[in-house]
Design a protein around this ligand. Structure first.
Ligand SMILES: *Cc1c(COP(=O)(O)O)cnc(C)c1O
Length: 420
């Protein structure tokens, strides 16, 4: 049944597309060029799939691998090149690749540097989804992995074979925050020339320590890891609203191998996301220092609480690897974890504590302004170290940029709920 309104719509005269289109070419090929000399605080945001070549000669001599030119949006824009260079400077590296997440950075390194028949060694306290990638993907391609005790270089040495091509490192360890003897672990990998060392440096963010200068050869030459990866999602973005990752190296050959895999996989990042990370970088050091100062204050407050069996934070003298942290680091980041043992509190009580927190929100990730909390079941979490075989719940706090006294008051009232 047609209403009067419908009837009047169907009787509208149709437009003439040919006449409306007269201006199309002028709008697409518009001659106006704005004046140069537009200097701004932040770099421009360039967006492209297509990049235009001046002529066929330019097309035939196109060059993108060394950032001397452009060929296609996926292979780099002024915006992504700028971000890559700034991240290389932050890390003390020479080359950077950008990928859509921190996890994609882990996957890219594994895929680029491992072949069927190879083995990769992963620390017990590595970022969980990175271990899942080895279990769920690498295994299908005939690449095996084994887990080593990151607090014991001898454990790493004992597991390296001819087949070992990649050794992952992480400092501090995910969730449990043990700080490893990085120089000691690297001394082991350096004894095996076929092994590439790669550090997940998300926690240190290029600020807490120098990943490419961790030890010294007898000749006085500085050495560090071969490759680092970062979840830019965390501190570099700083907003809790971007997903991005980076792979940094100082070795041109390794960089080239990974860049070819990066290209073949079609990995790229959006210009607006790159813009947000570029916007976060100028305040990275002051934000990191603020997270660090608040977290140390909260960690010191937490060790006085009798409900908590153990507080994990590398700057605390009783935290695992504290001595290595002292030798290596000038900062300690914004994470602190606490252990509630099963003989003192049931999981229900610990969950009541987490639910009672008001300023700390329950959520994954970290590095933004908002403080976050995440509970983890201890059972099966670790193969090595004092937490192996323990029953109970670990609660990780990511300290944001709120006033620290307010965060402590929030923890205090929630601990009263735990005891109730
Ligand atoms: C968050 C995180 C990652 C993964 O980053 P996403 O961007 O979330 O994929 C990798 N490693 C560490 C240590 C992390 O904390």
């Amino acid at each position: 049944m047609s209403t009067p309104a419908n009837a009047s719509l169907s009787s509208l005269p149709t437009g003439d597309p040919a006449r409306l289109n007269d201006v199309a070419t002028a709008l697409i090929h518009h001659p106006y060029q704005p004046p140069g000399g537009f200097e701004t605080v932040q770099p421009g945001v360039h967006k492209a799939s297509t990049v235009i070549f001046e002529n066929t000669a330019a097309l035939k001599t196109r060059q993108w691998k060394d950032k001397s030119g452009y060929t296609y949006g996926l292979h780099g824009t002024p915006t992504t090149f700028t971000l890559e260079e700034r991240l290389a400077t932050l890390e003390g590296g020479l080359q950077t690749l950008l990928v859509p997440s921190g996890l994609a950075a882990i996957a890219l390194v594994d895929m680029a540097l491992l072949r069927s028949g190879d083995e990769v060694l992963i620390p017990d306290n590595a970022y969980g989804p990175g271990k899942d990638f080895a279990r769920g993907e690498l295994a299908h391609w005939g690449i095996t992995h084994r887990v080593y005790n990151p607090q014991d270089p001898a454990s790493l040495a004992a597991q390296i074979t001819e087949r070992t091509k990649l050794v992952w490192l992480e400092a501090a360890g995910s969730v449990t925050l043990e700080f490893p003897d990085l120089a000691g672990l690297l001394a082991v990998t350096r004894a095996h020339p076929q092994v590439v060392s790669v550090l997940d440096n998300t926690w240190g963010a290029g600020l807490a320590f120098d990943a490419f200068r961790l030890g010294q050869t007898p000749e006085g030459e500085a050495f560090g890891v071969d490759v680092t990866i970062h979840a830019l999602t965390k501190y570099p973005s700083g907003g809790g609203d971007v997903l991005m990752g980076a792979v940094v190296t100082r070795d041109a050959t390794l960089h080239h191998r990974m860049k070819m895999t990066h290209m073949r996989l079609g990995l790229g990042v959006g210009a607006n996301d790159a813009e947000l990370v570029l916007r976060g970088l100028p305040s990275l050091a002051v934000r990191y220092a603020a997270h660090d100062a608040s977290t140390r204050q909260i960690a010191k407050w937490l060790i006085e609480r009798t409900e908590i069996s153990q507080v994990l934070h590398p700057a605390l003298p009783d935290s695992p690897g504290h001595a290595h942290w002292s030798q290596t680091c000038r900062a300690a980041g914004g994470l602190v974890s606490m252990v509630f043992e099963a003989q003192h509190f049931t999981q229900d009580r610990v969950e009541a504590f987490v639910d009672a927190l008001k300023l700390f929100k329950i959520g994954y990730s970290w590095g933004g302004p908002l403080s976050l909390v995440m509970p983890y079941e201890l059972q099966g979490m670790r193969q090595y170290g004092p937490l192996a075989g323990k029953q109970g719940t670990l609660v990780r706090l990511a300290i944001g940029l709120e006033r620290v006294e307010d965060l402590i008051a929030d923890l205090d009232q929630a601990l009263r709920v735990l005891r109730a």
